[in-house]
Write a protein that binds this ligand. Structure first.
Ligand code: NOJ
Length: 736
């Protein structure tokens, strides 16, 4: 039977109750298995947060015991690997992945994640996040591809291709979910899910492009954002969901709400009085599947029966869902097959290591790195709360931050922390490695032990004003680290945040390193021993003093299983760092926002008490070699930039060539520059390469107040170079 006819026939046989059930996604972790079985019998459309035998049982019930035997679909947050399964491969967080600026790698990560998710049987991941992290106080910064629309769109398309493959019915293909639609990261004050004060012009200009690319790439599902736009919750936002996403972008998959957002219309956002109103509003706005609000089921049936909503709304939503189920081939194969034995297999682990290596960003180096034999290092002190903490290295959305019932929460090998990575690099070299915890990230640590030599270094901490009443319990730890460090030839100190400071509900008002971490670095720097600081965190932190006191600074974000190994390899010169920042670092929290593509303005964007520039800018990242740019040209016919890059240093290295455009005069203000293209090139010392880089088709456009995107004739600067900083770019003028 022809596909549409099959679906139409099925819908014509469904009762209102069965349609309401098909529109529901039930969280097994919340309702438990007994209730979940009942929902499966009612013909529920989807479950989330269930693995293993429980999932297989629910699948079997829906296929055999529900009246119409429509297979159910299982969703999971496999956002940097299938990380809710403790045996799976854990990749760097999306932010750490983005540091690679490597489309092929990100697609490969998507494919491996899909293979592992599919091997579990599951058909759907709630990934990628295409929100922009333009205010790093936001707790979900780590889940994004950073602050830029072009980079997010490109890497988003790569990971979607990796998840979905060529054909959704393939054994290793799963549904991607572009989320959260839209402008979620822009909530006022970076307070997660708050209202976003924004115009539709701005939404189209800044936040729509990555989602448009996701639609064009065939992303099969989208997720609505928790928040609201100018007072209208996204869950009830017909203009955005139907108007923009469905009608204008032509999205033809299905749209799922975020967690319990129908309930939020009543309890949090207070725009609906009861579940009847809320369910009605959500369905009319264009949501096809309702995540977790179980009250939707009775409420929407009642609304139909009372004539408050036309049943055709339900038919339309169910049609979107069934079409995707059909594309998945669920009637032939209700659960995915995947590749047996592939979860956490060696080949996948190798890619996790490759991803960690590509994501390491070297932000400062006064020559202390790489550590080579001629530097005659005999003893290295590895210090700091994140040097040997795999949970901090993993970040959010793993089996211990989001446990699924029945899954063991203890960190599972294999993984390599920074301490372990450094020890490995030093094996057989005669270099001694010692370790001290230093201080905790954000909790008081009640020390009960006995450290010799404490008084001397306690004095030092007091003198340095590192003493802080809240954290006095930690002084012995700082002191012990100092005692250990004093006769080292190199200090490697790992600071950052931990998973209590990441994710939903965990926005930060203060981006300075928490606890005694800054004091620890300050105390250690007193010895004038070469010091490398490694930032293992979910986001940029405000670390001007730490950066200043360090001889080298490495940003690793959440590097996944082998994040520690990758950083150690960079420290010892086994690999030449090639990561570039996908997000800018503020000097102070109050300097936020510091994203690079702001409007030009008065006063040079300067505060009286803070420098004008960010501490580190979008696109920055050092190498052990140097690159030079020349022969920049642009071909209008093919929208292609030509530029020659030369490795003028002594090491083989990979450069990420970045292309920016500035609209010199426009009728509405436009950003000082926008990233419109990039490419990675590996060059041997002395080698030159002439590159052709096709740039974004919207590179020269502007969104007008009437929301039309047009090219306004005039002059444009086309820039190519190493980072978004003016001093790193060469320019030409182009006229349209
Ligand atoms: C809420 C989060 O906002 C969303 O990103 C996630 O996919 C769902 N919960 C499901 O866990």
């Amino acid at each position: 039977m022809e596909q549409n006819a099959f679906i139409d026939k099925l819908i014509s046989e469904m009762t209102v109750e069965e349609k309401a059930a098909q529109m529901l996604q039930v969280p097994v972790s919340v309702v438990g298995m007994e209730a979940a079985r009942e929902w499966a019998r009612k013909g529920v459309g989807s479950f989330l947060n269930v693995l293993g035998d429980d999932m297989r049982e629910l699948s079997r019930i829906s296929c055999e015991e529900s009246r119409l035997k429509i297979p159910t679909i299982f969703g999971i947050d496999a956002v940097h690997g299938h990380c809710l399964n403790k045996d799976a491969t854990i990749f760097p967080s999306q932010l750490a992945m983005a540091c690679s600026w490597n489309r092929e790698l990100v697609e490969k990560i998507g494919h491996i994640t899909a293979t592992e998710v599919a091997t579990e049987g599951i058909q759907w991941t709630f990934s990628p996040i295409l929100c922009l992290a333009r205010d790093p106080r936001w707790g979900r910064t780590n889940e994004t591809f950073g602050e830029d629309k072009y980079l997010s769109g490109e890497l988003g398309v790569s990971i979607i291709k990796g998840y979905q493959g060529e054909d959704l019915s393939d054994d290793t293909a799963i549904l991607a979910c572009a989320k959260h639609f839209i402008a979620y990261g822009e909530a006022t004050g970076a307070r997660d899910s708050y209202d976003t004060e924004i115009t539709m012009r701005k939404i189209r200009d800044e936040f729509l492009p990555p989602f448009k690319k996701a639609v064009d790439a065939g992303c099969a599902t989208f997720m609505t954002a928790y928040g609201s736009i100018d007072g209208t919750p996204l869950t009830a936002n017909e203009k955005v969901l139907r108007g923009l996403l469905r009608d204008e972008l032509g999205f033809d998959g299905f749209l799922v709400t975020d967690w319990d957002t129908v309930n939020a219309l009543i309890r949090r956002q207070k725009v609906c009085a009861d579940h009847g109103e809320a369910s009605n509003a959500a369905a009319k706005a264009g949501n096809d599947m309702i995540m977790s609000t179980l009250e939707f089921y009775d409420a929407i049936i009642d609304q139909v029966k009372q004539g408050k909503i036309n049943e055709s709304y339900l038919d339309e939503a169910v049609k979107h869902i069934l079409k995707v189920k059909l594309r998945l081939g669920l009637w032939e194969k209700p659960l995915k097959k995947g590749v047996p034995g592939s979860i956490g297999c060696q080949e996948h682990l190798d890619t996790a290591l490759e991803a960690a290596r590509d994501g390491v960003v070297l932000l400062k180096n006064n020559g202390v790195l790489p550590v080579t034999p001629d530097k005659k290092i005999r003893k290295i002190g590895v210090i700091g709360p994140n040097a040997d903490d795999i949970r901090a290295q993993y970040g959010d959305w793993t089996y211990f931050t989001h446990p699924v019932p029945g899954i063991e929460k203890e960190p599972q090998r294999p993984f390599v922390t920074l301490l372990e990575g450094i020890r490995k690099q030093c094996e057989g070299t005669g270099i001694e490695v010692c370790y001290s915890y230093g201080c905790s990230v954000n909790r008081r640590y009640y020390y009960k032990g006995n450290y010799p030599g404490i008084p001397e270094f306690m004095e030092m901490c007091y003198e340095d004003n590192a003493y802080n009443a809240d954290y006095y319990q930690e002084m012995p730890l700082v002191s012990e680290a100092a005692r250990m460090a004093r006769d080292c030839d190199l200090i490697v100190v790992a600071i950052g945040d931990n998973y209590n400071q990441v994710g939903e509900y965990n926005d930060r008002a203060n981006l300075e390193p928490s606890g005694m971490q800054a004091a620890l670095v300050r105390v250690l720097s007193k010895f004038n021993i070469p010091m490398v600081t490694v930032l293992i965190s979910s986001k940029p932190l405000a670390i001007p003093e730490i950066a200043g006191r360090s001889d080298a600074l490495i940003c690793a974000f959440n590097g996944g299983m082998f994040g520690g190994q990758a950083v150690a390899e960079v420290i010892f010169g086994k690999i030449n760092p090639s990561g570039r920042l996908p997000i800018s670092f503020p000097v102070l929290t109050g300097q936020v926002p510091v994203y690079y593509n702001q409007f030009p303005g008065w006063h040079e964007g300067r505060y009286v008490d803070c420098p004008k520039d960010p501490l580190f800018a979008f696109g920055e990242g050092l190498s052990y070699t140097k690159f030079e740019y020349s022969e920049l040209a642009f071909d209008k016919e093919t929208n292609t930039v030509y530029v020659t890059v030369t490795n003028t240093g002594d090491f083989k290295g990979t450069e990420t060539v970045q292309i920016y455009v500035n609209d010199v005069v426009s009728s509405v203000m436009t950003a000082v520059k926008n990233l419109v293209g990039f490419d990675r090139v590996e060059l041997m010392p002395g080698e030159s390469r002439a590159l052709k880089i096709k740039i974004d088709e919207d590179a020269f456009t502007v969104v007008l107040p009437d929301e039309r995107r047009v090219i306004e004739p005039g002059q444009f600067e086309v820039m190519a170079g190493h980072s978004s900083k003016d001093e790193d770019l060469i320019k030409i003028m182009v006229t349209f």
